[in-house]
Write a protein of this length. Structure first.
Length: 144
């Protein structure tokens, strides 16, 4: 669970989506290369076999640290890039949209720490809804 830090100024979420499940992690800073490495390590522990990571243009995805880390995992990870300026093709964007418009409006936090706690609870609840996950893929036009 999150540590209680009152000096947080920013919360950032990173997520990965399989056909039936999504994974996420919360960070107290804007997403940087080291966060991407932590998250990809998490995915490699949780998901067996080869991973295809479909990435948008986030600078952290292209960082030297991420490139160096990906070289250490060999052919277990394949990177595919989304076209520039095409967030509508990224199914993870629909996770964030659903979270912001349908889940978080019902959270009444007193501070940023409680926002993070509320987001984690909402995301865990969303993750238990396979039809919702399918809808994220369909909205991105990546599922027939």
């Amino acid at each position: 669970m999150l540590q209680h830090h009152f000096n947080w100024k920013t919360l950032s979420l990173i997520a990965g989506l399989t056909m039936w499940k999504f994974y996420f992690e919360l960070f107290e800073d804007a997403i940087k290369g080291e966060h991407v490495v932590v998250f990809v390590r998490h995915l490699l522990r949780c998901i067996e076999g080869k991973l295809i990571l479909v990435w948008d243009g986030l600078p952290a995805h292209r960082s030297k640290l991420v490139k160096e880390y990906l070289q250490t995992v060999g052919d277990r990870v394949v990177i595919e890039r989304l076209p520039a300026y095409a967030p509508e093709l990224n199914p993870v964007e629909y996770i964030w949209a659903y979270l912001k418009h349908h889940e978080l409006p019902n959270v009444c936090p007193k501070d940023l720490w409680q926002v993070g706690e509320g987001a984690i609870r909402c995301l865990r609840r969303m993750r238990r809804r396979p039809r919702l996950i399918t809808a994220f893929w369909k909205q991105a036009s990546l599922w027939d």
